[in-house]
Design a protein around this ligand. Structure first.
Ligand code: 6PG
Length: 471
């Protein structure tokens, strides 16, 4: 069969199909493969005007691709990726490129890349963010792995990605599994932002006793300012959406038990492995898990007194809440980027944090107005260890810190749970503490376990005979 297609997509579910349609829109000759005939039919229908075709035979699909073959996988993460690769291998030639575009765990990507490069294939893990709409009209793309293979993909990826001020929201992330690592951290930040917005809603609903219409209006107003972001935009729209069944607002009829697919948890797990704290992301992950204990929560709600929250000056409080949200959101980005900074060192990913901020400015779920400031901070100082250390960011945070403290202290005092807000504040307070009480932790460890400690006034490690103090 004559080779003709520049790229082939395996997995024609919504994401794969939309990305393929996006590529066809940009004039690339592309095709697809899926085991499910319904998916093939759907692609042919949606892609009728592009004359898009798809195959149900893997051999025909492979035979239809130009050399080196560019094969993109958009199949569920996990063992399915391995089984697709296994089926593909006997049909491929050395130099072919396999791109895994699902939310695979970065350690799986490292293993697959090593195995495939041993067989002369190029493999790279690529994060794609933006959901269905993004895939169709411009996602943010995070490809990592073999740089030569990226060269073969660059033109297509730049064409289909979202654009901000004309710049494509895609860049070569780095070697190894760095693309999937960065996408995982993107999702960790996504979890934190979603949790913060949920807490802001809870505060408005239960502390300020705002109606859904009022909450919608506040979110809309915030979204017209410095907090402008995709997630805030989505959230505001949720508060205007009516339920067909009841005529009320749908949000009020949705169970308060949050689900997840794992990328947030992976971010937290890796942060523990790297000993790099990301407490607001951790809280967002844990709070989704805690929400699932509905019957326990219902029982405890009856066991304990429910505090009644009152706010005197609601107008002043809502101004402070906007400041607190801004503070906490910036802190969540700061945590995620700090994790990337550490991963870059540990895994030798050679990450360019300003480029990552740049490609997150458009197309992805965490795209936001303030990413411009973050981008500028890292562009100015490529080796910036932490976003808090940037003078421009520090000035902004100092200005709104009183609002952040007011919101956290008021809510904590009256028993309204704000795990993500509170953790962002204590994270900030800890990081700006020159002498932490960790000296006591070291003393305790040495006391009961002879684990030794270091002194402030001498080099080396020491052990004290604490027992007399004990007696
Ligand atoms: C994106 C999203 C996408 C997906 C999340 C949802 O960037 O387009 O992050 O990857 O919506 O995986 O994750 P949870 O199901 O864990 O919330």
């Amino acid at each position: 069969m004559e080779s003709k297609f520049t790229l082939g997509m395996i997995g024609l579910g919504t994401m794969g199909r939309n990305l393929l349609l996006n590529m066809a829109d940009k004039g690339f000759a592309v095709t697809g493969y899926d085991k499910d005939p319904k998916m093939i039919q759907k692609l042919k229908e949606d892609g009728a005007k592009h004359n898009l075709t798809a195959y149900s035979s893997l051999e025909d699909f492979i035979g239809s691709l130009e050399l080196p073959r560019r094969i993109m996988l958009l199949v569920p993460a996990g063992p399915i990726v391995d089984s697709v690769i296994l089926e593909l291998l006997p049909l491929l030639d050395k130099g072919d490129i396999i791109i895994d575009s699902g939310n695979s765990h970065f350690t799986d990507t490292s293993k697959r890349a090593a195995e495939l490069s041993g067989q002369g294939m190029h493999f790279f893990g690529m994060g794609i963010s933006g959901g269905e709409e993004g895939a169709r009209f411009g996602p943010s793309i995070m490809p990592g792995g073999d740089k030569t293979a990226y060269g073969e993909m660059k033109e297509i990826l730049e064409a289909v990605s979202a654009k901000v001020n004309g710049d494509p929201c895609v860049a070569y992330i780095g070697p190894g599994a760095s693309g999937h690592f960065v996408k995982m951290v993107h999702n960790g930040i996504e979890y934190a932002m979603m949790q913060l917005l949920a807490e802001a809603y809870d505060i408005m609903k239960n502390a300020l006793e705002y109606s859904n219409e009022q909450i919608h209006d506040v979110f809309e107003q915030w979204n017209n300012g410095r907090l402008q972001s995709f997630l805030l935009e989505v959230t505001k729209d949720i508060f205007a959406f009516k339920d067909e069944k009841t005529g009320g607002y749908l949000v009020d009829y949705i169970k308060d038990e949050a689900k997840s697919k794992g990328t947030g948890k992976w971010t937290s797990q890796v942060s523990m492995d790297l000993q790099l704290p990301i407490p607001s992301i951790n809280e967002a992950v844990s709070t989704r898990d805690l929400s699932k204990f509905k019957s326990l929560r219902t029982a405890l709600a009856k066991t304990y007194t429910q505090d009644k929250y009152t706010v005197g000056d609601k107008d002043k409080f809502i101004v402070e809440l906007e400041q607190a949200l801004y503070f906490a959101v910036i802190s969540s980005y700061a945590q995620g980027l700090h994790l990337l900074w550490q991963a870059s060192i540990t895994y030798e990913y050679e990450l360019n944090l300003h480029e990552i901020a740049q490609i997150w400015r458009g197309g992805c779920i965490i795209r936001a107005e303030f990413l411009e400031d973050i981008y500028q901070a890292y562009k100015k100082q490529p080796d910036l260890e932490h976003l808090y250390a940037d003078a421009g960011i520090a000035k902004k945070l100092e200005e709104i810190l009183p609002g952040m403290r007011s919101v956290v202290s008021h809510t904590v005092l009256t028993g309204l749970a704000v795990p993500a807000f509170a953790s962002a504040l204590t994270y900030f307070d800890s990081l700006k503490t020159e002498r932490m009480p960790s000296n006591l932790i070291q003393a305790q460890r040495d006391f009961f376990g002879a684990h030794q400690f270091e002194r402030t006034d001498a080099e080396g490690t020491f052990h004290a005979l604490w027992n007399p103090v004990k007696s």
